[in-house]
Every structure is written in structure tokens, then in C-alpha cells.
Design a protein around this ligand. Structure first.
Ligand code: ZN
Length: 666
């Protein structure tokens, strides 16, 4: 367990905000940097500060982490200031529903624009220390989630910590702590363990509270180490990745079935690592993986238990059963609708770990959490048996009132949420603009280009740049495989890659130059279309293809024989595809852009010389069309993206100019 405190950094914190709060932000970020302590917005921290209100009265304010903030990147405005006096009175109430609690927390903040205070706010308030830190440390949860977890935790910490039995987070947990903590704590108490949940530390300074968290978690790690249960990675070191992988067609089919059930496109991400393969092939995987998640925080994000073994029919059967169960009346007699019943994890002996989500961000979070869960389970197994929350408690968390409110509040999803697009020739110009327009509409985008810069065009989970010569069939096969394993399938294809060679009259045109243009602008697109077809056919909203044609198709220019012929043939290919694939619910439309000058080939020098050639100013040359308007890559990309959307849902085999009106075409 690494202590990341740096006294120099702590001394040099910005003086713009209250020093106590600045230190709170600093040490919270240190906790957030350690993924074995908190993951993706998990955990929370607070500081109690005396300050003057607008009437000049001194008030004690609890600054507690606000919802939606991640400890790793939290800032001062990520803390919600709540009046301590009110919180302490709330803690004394006999009953308070979660909805009432949220209302009380929000209405007793001293800053209207602050984020909603954490559901663990009252817990922070009643711990009588200036700084309070709370994590769901893997090492601690590994010990509490065992059959004799309570005895083990006692033997690790003696009377250094107060131990609280498992209760679901929310008011009931705060109330229980309000009862037990004053009774069991003493001057030597430095922390509090919540069984099957996590750990608190506290102190009079940010450093003291942080140091204690690190020390307490280190003690748990030492305990695991003594019991040969810390480094479980050795148990999968022997696993080989060279074994047969899960077939990508099965992944794409699974995605289609799930999307149908969910009535929206979902993303499926495969993580075939030594860890996930070893876990999926563990002799006891059937029992150890089906016990439940490690902490309530994980239940919320992963939804229910992982599915075991990849068999499409089994999956659909279990899934349907799960759906039925979820819609039954729960134990307390109140009918509640499960808003989001999608199970998120599949363990497969060939494929390793597959995670599902309505976006790649969701699927990633689930994968990260499960990577930690697998190790926690293996450690628990090493200690004699992993034991998760009783199933009733998992159920309660999943149906949790607060969680439901959160789900309801989520606004409408972006247009292409859960969908996957492939764009060729994507590093600059129209191709890059298409990537941007699709990302902006919530799609995951695989972008191909012959230039290696494509790999680093964007660093975000919904973007995958691959260096690719589109004329190389083997590379294209790999590209589709990677697309399916990364995002689960393919819904949209933008065929943009192409070259525009310099002008050359037919009598001077060497056959090999002609063939090169045909190869890139025509033949490569045939290969991509044919390889993408099986996946486009499975797209939940129907497969969509947009082809970049050219004004040269209806109005060719002298000196551009190869380019014009290739684009004309490509347009014809698209029309035949529309005829053949209409029954597969795939639609294909062609755009004919003209005079798009904000691309790499149109340098200011080239523009100037072309304008001069026609005796025009650059400005007049750029807007030389019926509408007198300039056409940008962005304009073309927006139209291409819209052609994949509902507006064009009933259009296929169309050819649409985007050229401001061209008198030769009209
Ligand atoms: Zn917690």
C-alpha cells in the first residue's frame, strides 16, 4: 500500500480556497489515484469547517463529496456544503425514508449551485473528527466477504476500529452507526469497518486521516499476505492467450438479441486477459462467481450476477427468466419496476470477460469493477470461501429508491447511443469531420486511415483509430474482428477513403495509374462492404452505409478519367448493394459533394492558383455555386450522419448532391 502524501505538494496548494478544503481536495485525489481503494466515483470524503454566514454568524459546515464527482479528479466545487447542526439532528430521528433524507440534505446546503451531497453524508457528520475518508478498499472487502469475515477483521484490527454489521447504504446505515460508534469507540479508535462494504478513517488533519486509511488498508494487505491470499495474480500466470477465442459472429448475435430485449442498441466489450480467462476456467467458477458482488457500490453498477459460459441460447433463456423475475412483486409487497434489468457480465471459457452497457463508458466501468471483483473473490476463496451479501440485500440495493431516482433523472440518450460506426480515410477532411459528427451523436467510432496519426486522433473510450491500407484484405478482416471485440458489432459504415490524383488526359494516362485509382477508390470499397455485411445485417436499427461519391459522377471533368470512372462505378456498386441488401434492412445512400476546400489537398497555394486559373478571387472561387455558399467538411459530415439517422430511415439507393447547387448538374 503506497502512501502518496507529498508534504511539498501539500504546502504549495493554491490559496484561492479555504486551506482546510484545499487539503481535503488534495488527499481525496490521492485516494482516487489508487484503484485498489476506489473505482469510478466510488468512496467519499469530507471536512468540517467553521465559517461565517451572510448574517455574520459562525456555522459549522460539512463539506462532503457531491454526487457525480470522482475522487481522482475532484475539485473544491465538487464538495457540497451542508449545515452540521441539522445533520446531527437528522441522525437522531427514528425513521427517514431515503427520499426524505435526500430532500433534507439538499435543502440544508449553504450553496444552491453545489452538487447533491453523498447518500453517506449523515454518516460523515456523526463521526466526531474534522476529516473523514471512506473507501471500498479491495483488501478490506476481501476479508469481510468471507464466511468468518467478522472474526478475521477483528483479528486484523483489534480495537483500532469500530465494526458495523452490513446494512444497505442510506439512512438506516447512518442510524446504526449513530448507535454503535459512540458506544464502541475510544481514544485509540482510528477507523470504522462496514462489513461487506468498506472502511472509514478519520483524523484532525487531512494527513492524519489519509495516513490512517493507508495504514489500515496496509494491515488488511499484510493479513492477506500472511494467508497467501494477496497476490492471486500468480494463479493465472500460467494461462495462455493463444487458445481458441470466442467467435465474433456469436458476439455480434448476442448483441443483436440483447438490443432487441432492451429495445435499444447496446455495446458489448470483450476483455480477454490472462486474469479473465483464468477466472472463467477456474474449477469452481460456477459457485464462486455466482455469490454476488463484493460491495453494494458494485451491485449498482454491475447489475446482478455474471452469466457463466457463453452459449447464446442459454444466455437468452436465463436472460428471459431474469426479466420475468424482475417484473414480479418484490418481497415487501410494494410493486416496483426494475428500470434497467440488463445483466452486465458474461464469463466465458474461451472469451474471458464480456461486459455490456448502453454506452462504452458503462461497459468499461463494469469491466473495471469486475477485474477487481475477480481478485477479491479469489482472495476470499484462498481464505476459505468468498461470501458476498445475502441475495436479499443485493436485491434491496438493486431496487434502491435512491438508485431508481438516479436512473429516472437520466435525460434522453444521444441519437446513436450504443451504436457503432466505421469510417474510412478518417484522419483529415471529410472523414475526420464524419468521425466528429458521429461521436457528437453518441456513436462509438472505429476510424481507419493509412496515416499512423489516426491511432492518436482522439484518446477516449468511444474512439478506436486503426492504421489501415484499405486495399489490404487481411487488414480489413482484422479491423472488423477488432471492431466486434471492442464494441460488439457494427451499425454504420461511411466509405470515404479515396485519392484524387493530379489531372491527366486519357491519351497520357498509364494503365497502372488508372488501376491504382480503381484499386483504392473502388475495389477496396467492395472488400469492406462484403466483409461488413454480416454485421450490418445484425444492426438493431438496421445497417446504414453512406458512400462519398463526387460531383464528378453526374458532371465529370476533363483530366479526371480514373477518378470520375471509379466514383461512377462506386455509385453503381452502392445501387446494387441497395437492391441486394434491402431485405437485410441495410440502407445505402450516396453523397455527391463538390468544392469542399477545407481538406488537406487544398493548401492556400493550390486554392490561389486554381482561382487564378478561372480568373476569380479565392473567395469567389470557393463560393462558385447557385447559392453562393461555401461547403465545408463539417457540412458534408453532418449530412452523412443525418443520413444514418431516423430522418432518412426510409431512404435507400439515393444520390444527394451537397454542392450549393451546380449548374452542370441541375
Ligand atoms: Zn460506501
Amino acid at each position: 500500500m503506497q502512501n502518496r502524501w507529498n508534504e511539498q505538494e501539500a504546502q504549495n496548494l493554491s490559496s484561492d480556497i479555504n486551506k482546510d478544503l484545499a487539503l481535503r481536495v488534495y488527499s481525496s485525489r490521492l485516494l482516487g489515484q489508487d484503484k485498489s481503494l476506489v473505482l469510478h466515483g466510488g468512496g467519499n470524503t469530507s471536512v468540517k469547517i467553521e465559517q461565517k454566514n451572510i448574517l455574520g454568524e459562525m456555522e459549522n459546515i460539512l463539506y462532503v463529496k457531491g454526487s457525480g464527482w470522482d475522487l481522482e479528479t475532484i475539485e473544491a466545487q465538487g464538495y457540497a456544503p451542508v449545515q452540521m447542526s441539522h445533520l446531527l439532528k437528522l441522525a437522531q430521528l427514528k425513521e427517514l425514508t431515503d427520499a426524505q433524507m435526500v430532500n433534507e440534505l439538499k435543502t440544508h446546503m449553504t450553496l444552491a449551485s453545489a452538487p447533491g451531497p453523498s447518500v453517506e453524508t449523515i454518516l460523515h457528520a456523526l463521526l466526531p473528527y474534522k476529516y473523514v475518508d471512506h473507501t471500498h478498499a479491495d483488501a478490506v472487502v476481501s476479508i469481510t466477504n468471507t464466511q468468518d469475515g467478522l472474526e478475521r477483521i477483528k483479528s486484523v484490527y483489534g480495537d483500532k476500529v469500530v465494526i458495523i454489521p452490513y446494512v444497505m447504504p442510506g439512512f438506516d446505515l447512518s442510524r446504526l452507526c449513530a448507535e454503535i460508534f459512540p458506544r464502541d469507540s475510544h481514544s485509540g479508535t482510528i477507523g470504522m469497518v462496514l462489513m461487506n462494504h468498506g472502511i472509514f478513517s478519520f483524523g484532525e488533519t487531512a494527513k492524519q486521516s489519509y495516513d490512517r486509511m493507508i495504514d489500515l488498508v496496509a494491515m488488511a494487505e499484510d493479513y492477506l499476505s500472511e494467508h497467501q491470499a494477496l497476490e492471486v495474480s500468480s494463479s493465472y500466470a500460467e494461462t495462455s492467450l493463444d487458445t481458441e477465442n470466442l467467435d465474433i459472429n456469436q458476439i455480434a448475435q448476442l448483441r443483436q438479441e440483447l438490443s432487441k430485449k432492451m429495445q435499444q442498441s447496446v455495446v458489448v466489450q470483450q476483455q480477454r486477459t490472462k486474469q479473465s480467462l483464468a477466472f472463467a476456467n477456474h474449477p469452481q467458477v460456477a459457485s464462486i462467481s455466482q455469490q454476488g458482488p463484493a460491495t453494494p457500490d458494485h451491485v449498482i453498477r454491475t447489475k446482478q450476477l455474471p452469466m457463466l459460459g457463453f452459449n447464446l441460447d442459454d444466455y437468452i433463456t436465463s436472460y428471459t427468466k431474469y426479466f420475468e423475475q424482475a417484473s414480479q412483486t418484490p418481497h415487501d409487497g410494494q410493486t416496483k419496476t426494475m428500470l434497467d434489468p440488463l445483466p452486465r457480465i458474461i464469463l466465458d471459457t474461451k472469451g474471458g470477460l464480456l461486459t455490456l452497457g448502453k454506452s462504452i463508458k458503462e461497459a468499461n466501468i463494469v469491466a473495471d469493477i469486475y477485474q477487481h471483483t475477480m481478485d477479491i473473490i479469489l482472495r476470499g476463496t484462498q481464505l476459505g470461501g468468498f461470501q458476498a451479501l445475502p441475495s436479499q440485500d443485493i436485491f434491496d440495493v438493486e431496487y434502491w429508491e435512491l438508485e431508481q431516482t438516479k436512473l429516472k433523472k437520466t435525460g434522453s440518450a444521444p441519437q446513436f447511443s450504443g451504436e457503432v460506426a466505421l469510417v474510412t480515410g478518417a484522419v483529415t477532411g471529410i472523414g475526420k469531420a464524419c468521425v466528429d459528427s458521429l461521436l457528437a451523436r453518441g456513436a462509438c467510432v472505429v476510424a481507419l486511415d493509412i496515416l499512423p496519426e489516426i491511432k492518436t486522433l482522439y484518446d477516449r473510450p468511444d474512439f478506436l483509430g486503426i492504421t489501415c491500407d484499405v486495399t489490404d484484405e487481411d487488414t480489413l478482416t482484422q479491423v472488423l474482428e477488432t471492431t466486434v471485440r471492442t464494441f460488439g458489432g457494427l451499425d454504420m459504415l461511411i466509405l470515404n477513403a479515396g485519392i484524387f490524383p493530379g489531372g491527366c488526359r486519357i491519351e497520357d494516362l498509364p494503365l497502372k495509374d488508372w488501376q491504382k485509382v480503381m484499386n483504392i477508390n473502388l475495389d477496396a470499397n467492395l472488400s469492406i462492404l462484403s466483409k461488413a455485411h454480416p454485421y450490418l445485417k445484425l444492426a438493431h436499427n438496421g445497417g446504414r452505409i453512406v458512400v462519398m461519391g463526387s460531383k464528378n459522377v453526374p458532371a465529370p471533368g476533363p483530366g479526371a478519367a480514373a477518378y470520375s470512372a471509379a466514383k461512377a462505378a462506386l455509385t453503381q456498386l452502392a445501387r446494387v448493394a441497395a437492391l441486394e441488401w434491402g431485405k437485410d434492412n441495410i440502407r445505402i445512400n450516396t453523397l455527391h459533394p463538390n468544392a469542399v476546400f477545407d481538406t488537406a489537398i487544398w493548401t492556400p497555394e493550390v486554392l490561389e492558383s486554381r482561382a487564378k486559373h478561372y480568373g476569380m478571387s479565392v473567395e469567389a472561387y470557393k463560393t462558385n455555386n447557385l447559392l453562393g455558399t461555401e461547403i465545408t467538411s463539417h457540412d458534408v459530415a453532418e449530412l452523412a450522419a443525418e443520413m444514418c439517422g431516423p430522418l432518412f430511415a426510409k431512404t435507400t439507393a439515393s444520390q444527394l448532391p451537397i454542392d450549393g447547387g451546380n449548374d452542370r448538374v441541375v
